[in-house]
Design a protein around this ligand. Sequence first.
Ligand code: MN
Length: 441
Amino acid sequence: MIEINETHDQNLKSWIESANAPGTDFPIQNLPFCVFTRACTYENVRIGVAVGNFVLDVYACYESCLFDDESFAIAVTADNYCLDHSVMRKNTSVQSAFRRRLSEILSEKADENTRKSVQRNLIPIEEAQFYLPAHIGDYTDFYSSIFHATNVGSMFRPDAPLLPNYKYVPIGYHGRASSIVVSGTEITRPKGQNRTNPDAAPEFVPCRNLDYEMEVGFFVGKGNELGETISIEEAEDHIFGLCLVNDWSARDIQAWEYQPLGPFLAKNFATSVSPFVVTMEALAPFRASAFKRPEGDPQPLEYLYSEQNEKAGGFDINLEVYLQTQKMREENAEPFLLSRSNMKDLYWTIAQMLTHHASNGCNLQTGDLIATGTVSGESKEERGCLLELTWRGKEPLQLPNGETRRFLEDGDEIIMKGFCEREGFRRIGFGECRGVIAAAE
Ligand code: MN
């Protein structure tokens, strides 16, 4: 278990003024990792750390001799242009030491020489172009919100919304890694089989019920060998950090194709992720208990149970989804808040998801992305996708400018945000995960 230390001290300030702004997602207490280039240059991609309104070029700092410890050199050498080749695959002790060093050189206690060396390696965030944080070898998506599962189930199976396996087994499916894109990438409306008339053959047409899913993803740090398992007690040592995930979903294609093997083309045309990976250590102050199972629910099977996981396996992360339509952009209208939910309401913790994933000996590898599934809460305002918010399109949303939405239209942009707040600690955020829908080709 990662402990709270001086890098989390709420009174810690940076000599970079924008990192001390009360609303910033990236105060010195956060220090999320990313992969970037300076926009409009032909430089190689680099590892960065977000701080205030800047990205710190980690390799350039290494060249400036700011990381003299040998263990950091392994974390940031020149050919380590991606997190999965560097800090992501290190032991948590190295990751933690590296965080302390980053905190030192960015702290207002840093001396003048250090500041000068760091200053040269800061790039304004708006001048950076971001890439996927890792080479994602495999991608798995779970279904961990019991509220989402119950809502969706009751639309399709009103008599038995929740299947009998739900409270025993973390449900998931293998997604597609090749179509994961970084925030800001345009999403083309997919085409697929759609059967609106149950008595006729399906048509092959552009998706009519395009949706988003507000999810949280986590990157596998150290992996496990094929045939080995990962105990629930060790699970978090294999998790590097968290990001925001939008699991774009074609509901009409999904409804027709999902039986009997689950989602396929309805999900794999695109998945967006935020560029910043917030480390497990940065999140240490924002842990929560696992979901409090109501009386009558079974306890997790032994391999998915630990006292520590029950006590602090959850995360208190506020999640927000906004919609800005083409018309709203043209009218300079603010994005419209669609939902607010919280990761602490998930039925399964990420340690349980990871342990279950490897419980048959399946090897997880550094850089693999595992997502939670739609994070919905109990109330209507906490529904993390349009399928739930509009009840499969039956209750269209009324937008402030008079537009209505059942599902996403071309030109719509979905903006996801995440942040943590707790008395006695500095607020930290995840940045944004954005995507605009382009017309089908
Ligand atoms: Mn999903």
